[in-house]
Design a protein. Structure first.
Length: 72
């Protein structure tokens, strides 16, 4: 299984901006996600067209199962 985390923030202009991280552990907790999002906001290292990320809006972990076939 592959897991990815999508974090949605509000910018200073009130627009939504989403950051996605693939390869997260399946045991990721709400507290860990909150801490990560707080750090992203505090460090202000991402630039968006609608300004700085200023508030958390939502987050979700997506689980994806990939089945590969050997066709050679």
């Amino acid at each position: 299984m592959e897991y990815s985390l999508s974090m949605t923030f509000l910018t200073v202009a009130g627009e939504k901006s989403t950051l996605s991280v693939s390869g997260v552990k399946p045991t990721l907790t709400k507290d860990e996600v909150n801490a990560l999002m707080d750090t992203v906001i505090a460090k202000n290292v991402f630039k968006t067209n609608s300004g700085d990320l200023v508030k958390k809006s939502g987050a979700q972990v997506t689980q994806r199962q990939v089945t590969k076939f050997d066709v050679a």
